[in-house]
Design a protein around this ligand. Structure first.
Ligand SMILES: Nc1ncnc2c1ncn2[C@@H]1O[C@H](COP(=O)(O)OP(=O)(O)OP(=O)(O)O)[C@@H](O)[C@H]1O
Length: 595
């Protein structure tokens, strides 16, 4: 029974390619032209056999040079037609492959950037990247070449078989009888080779993963002086890959030798029988030559289909993964009927009895029964030990997650009744570790408002106290930041992030203060930039510094997901033992500096 199961699986998996053809159908004219070219080249290839017959029968056998020249002329015309047809088919099919894979890539990327963040916690980014690159590339080669190869070979196979039967029935039966003798052992061996090829690919992938990790963490490797161990471990991986490859090339060599031996034996038998018939005058030499031509064509088509079939199966796997990914719906839904925000609302933000558990940790509440109202223009400092839920509060406010209980309102509109994109336009976030993209300063600051003019970018940079150091960079605002670019200090990165937020000019500012100590000058600049940004703006700060806390209108003390006290600094020092302890520990450094 297992074979049947396998068969079912294969049938089912090839079906997965169908949705991909829906993408191809967007280009009906191109597809039709490609198919016409395909039919045309198959027909010309098939009639070449008749050309061969003509050359031999009219040229050689009749001994006429003029006839030979004529026959060769016919062949040249056919070959020219074949070349034109092949050019058209190859160009159009490859064009379709590239076009459709670009469309799929775009669709998958568009889907990815709009998915809810928890999707990315459940799915590793490496895997998603490979869907975007490897899977789409495989589909591109399927549509662009394998599919057309399969179609062409199928046409040639059927056409070739018909021509064989028409040309000579007896010889055809010999050929058809010898096909299983030649192909069965090859298919059996071919399967083994394919399994080993997959193993070989996997071990190469292991090697590159290993090398990638080491290169990425080279400083850790070197500072722990682990070079020797890493070299040995990598060497071992490389040797393993070689061992697998050795087995594979041995099997492949046997396969090639067997293919040559068996197919030439079959051809010899055919030539022997056919040659005898020519000698007996039953068939002409041209017929025999045409026959051999068709026999080779049929064999090659069969081999191509067998090879391409494996590829189609692999592509079906890719298609399934891509279609699954495109079908994922964001858990953060845009409601059909949107609520309208009331810009006059006294409270910009209101949490009412909000409780939340992260989807990946359903038994562990991250926020418990949060009630909090934030009035327009006020500065609210969130403080509390690590893991208290401060960042989670920011995430819910931006509607990266929806709480399981309670309700959050923004300008009096429930968050679940707002389009997250509209909501987020009202907020500016400055994270603790600012994210810079590997692009220039312009792009990085303009991330806050892409349509901003150069003057506006520079004005924002000035307000963020970033202009001075940016102007000193080797290429000024054109300097590349981020992964491959100029290295910026923590304080400088913060100021770029602040400039970005200043440019966005949001209604509400969500600020996660940097915990790492900045030097006095950097601290001064960042603080000045912050003051600029917070001016007259509703601000929520995850506070780590005393200066921030004492200037806040209200301090919200959180612990283990709950709000345990609110008030100003002096009130909380008196009323909350936790706050007193925290301020002694957390703000000690700045405390000492202020005192
Ligand atoms: N994406 C996530 N998935 C599951 N649990 C999470 C996730 N993010 C945070 N948590 C958990 O939720 C709780 C609250 O975390 P949160 O990041 O809000 O704390 P925090 O007060 O901001 O802490 P810190 O000051 O250290 O940043 C913690 O127990 C944390 O482990």
């Amino acid at each position: 029974m297992p074979e049947i199961k396998d068969d079912e699986k294969v049938k089912k998996s090839l079906k997965n390619l169908l949705p991909i053809f829906a993408f191809v159908l967007s280009y009906k004219k191109m597809l039709a032209a490609a198919l016409i070219a395909l039919l045309f080249t198959a027909a010309v290839s098939l009639s070449l056999g008749q050309g061969v017959r003509l050359v031999i029968d009219s040229g050689f056998v009749e001994g006429s040079k003029a006839q030979l020249a004529n026959a060769i002329g016919v062949i040249i015309v056919m070959i020219a037609l074949l070349a034109i047809g092949t050019f058209t088919r190859f160009y159009l099919m490859s064009w379709l492959g590239e076009r459709v894979s670009a469309d799929i890539r775009k669709k998958v990327f568009n889907q990815l950037v709009s998915l809810h963040p928890s999707y990315f916690e459940e799915n590793r980014s490496g895997e998603l990247m490979s869907r975007l690159t490897t899977d789409t590339t495989l589909l591109q080669s399927i549509i662009g070449s394998s599919f057309s190869m399969a179609l062409r070979s199928a046409l040639m196979l059927v056409g070739g078989l018909i021509m064989l039967l028409v040309t000579n029935l007896k010889l055809s039966l010999i050929v058809i009888g010898s096909v299983p003798v030649v192909l069965l052992p090859m298919m059996f061996y071919g399967k083994k080779v394919r399994t080993l090829a997959k193993k070989s690919q996997d071990s190469i992938a292991d090697i590159s993963t290993y090398a990638g990790e080491i290169i990425q963490n080279i400083k850790v490797v070197q500072s722990y002086t682990h070079e020797t161990q890493e070299k040995a471990a990598f060497g071992q991986e490389a040797e393993n890959a070689f061992e697998v490859a050795k087995k594979r090339i041995k099997q492949r060599s046997v396969l090639i030798a067997a293919a040559i031996l068996l197919s030439y034996c079959a051809i010899s038998v055919m030539l022997w029988v056919g040659g005898s018939d020519v000698l007996d005058g039953v068939i002409t030499a041209g017929e025999l030559a045409a026959f051999v031509f068709y026999a080779i064509m049929v064999a090659m088509s069969f081999a191509t289909i067998a090879e391409v079939y494996g590829e189609l199966q692999r592509a079906a796997g890719s298609a399934e993964r891509l279609i699954d990914l495109m079908a994922v719906e964001s858990e953060i839904r845009v409601p059909l009927k949107l609520a309208t925000m009331d810009s006059q609302a006294k409270e910009v933000i209101r949490f009412s009895a909000v409780s939340f558990r992260y989807p990946s940790r359903p038994d562990d509440p991250a926020l418990i029964n949060i009630d909090l109202g934030i009035e327009k223009g006020k500065v609210i400092a969130l403080v509390g030990p690590s893991g208290a839920g401060k960042t989670t509060l920011f995430e819910l406010l931006q509607r990266f997650y929806d709480p399981q209980d309670g309700e959050i309102r923004f300008n009096n509109a429930p968050l679940t009744k707002l389009n997250p994109t509209d909501l987020r336009k009202h907020m500016g976030v400055v994270p603790q570790h600012p994210i810079l993209f590997s692009s220039d300063v312009w792009h990085n600051i303009r991330y806050g408002r892409p349509e901003a003019t150069r003057e506006e970018v520079i004005a924002a940079a000035k307000k963020a106290h970033a202009h001075e150091f940016v102007s000193m960079l080797p290429d000024g605002y054109d300097s590349f930041l981020g992964e491959q670019g100029v290295r910026l200090s923590g304080g400088q990165k913060q100021r770029i992030a602040l400039a970005r937020a200043i440019l966005k000019d949001p209604e509400v500012l969500l600020l996660d203060e940097a915990t790492s100590a900045l030097d006095a000058e950097s601290e001064h600049h960042v603080q000045a930039a912050l003051n600029e940004l917070m001016k007259g703006r509703t601000t929520l700060i995850i506070a780590h510094r005393l200066a921030t806390v004492v200037h806040a209108d209200q301090i919200v003390l959180m612990d283990k997901g709950a709000i345990i006290a609110t008030g100003n600094h002096n009130q909380l020092i008196k009323e909350s033992a936790l706050y007193k302890r925290l301020s002694e520990l957390q703000f000690k450094r700045t405390n000492e500096a202020i005192e």
